[in-house]
Design a protein around this ligand. Structure first.
Ligand code: TMP
Length: 206
């Protein structure tokens, strides 16, 4: 069977990293070659762009700049890492991908979805995740988890509840429109319950 492309999404504090490790282990145990990556980032240049995007700025970044930097990092990621890996029969798990742009820059910043689709058509040339998990939880709960992490707060994490409510709603709308690809996981459940759900979905793919 050919390698698959899996993406992980959700608002801040949804517990993506823990589950990503679980998914990687699940696939490796099934004998798959797996590469784990992230957006923005995943390549040398992409990680430099990530740092531009996440570092708080003294004057607000223009929303179009933010959008274009996301896609610049993504173009690099798709061409240098994701497509070559899949062509080499290596499964790719990415911590975020284009759904995040629709949710954050579309839902959160208010950029027209049509404009994002145009950039996606241009830079992805048809690449689409085979499966996307959206880890969903109430915004306040996510924010509490972020604060508990006790790390610095990045440029996105500085945003207010309202911004994340719009993002959450956008993820849920996208899942409703494409339920075959996008699976919503209730991230307020116990880690064990989440992993039982993940296993049963992944089982259908391997
Ligand atoms: P992370 O904290 O999950 O690593 O993601 C980095 C931040 O970048 C997160 O706040 C979401 C944001 N982001 C976007 O706004 N648009 C995108 O397209 C991607 C991939 C991430």
């Amino acid at each position: 069977m050919t390698a698959k492309f899996i993406t992980i999404e959700g608002i801040e504090g949804a517990g993506k990293s823990t589950q990503l490790t679980f998914i990687e282990r699940f696939l490796s145990e099934k004998g798959k070659d797996v590469t784990v990556t992230r957006e923005p980032g995943g390549t040398d240049l992409g990680e430099q762009i990530r740092s531009l995007l996440l570092t708080p700025t003294s004057t607000p970044m223009a929303v179009d700049t933010e959008l274009l930097l996301m896609f610049a990092a993504r173009a690099e990621h798709v061409q240098q890492l994701i497509k070559p890996a899949l062509a080499n029969n290596t499964w790719v798990i990415s911590d975020r991908f284009t759904d995040a742009t629709f949710a954050y820059q579309g839902g959160g910043r208010g950029i027209d979805q049509q404009r994002i689709s145009q950039l996606a058509d241009w830079t992805l040339s048809g690449l689409k995740p085979d499966l996307t998990f959206v880890f969903d939880l109430p915004v306040e709960m996510g924010q509490q988890r972020v604060l508990k992490r006790n790390q610095g707060i990045d440029r996105f994490e500085q945003e207010k509840v309202d911004f994340f409510e719009k993002i959450r709603a956008c993820y849920l709308d996208r899942a409703e429109a494409d339920p075959k690809r996008i699976k919503v996981i209730d991230a307020s459940q116990s880690i064990e319950d989440i992993q039982i759900q993940l296993s049963s979905i992944l089982q259908l793919l391997v």
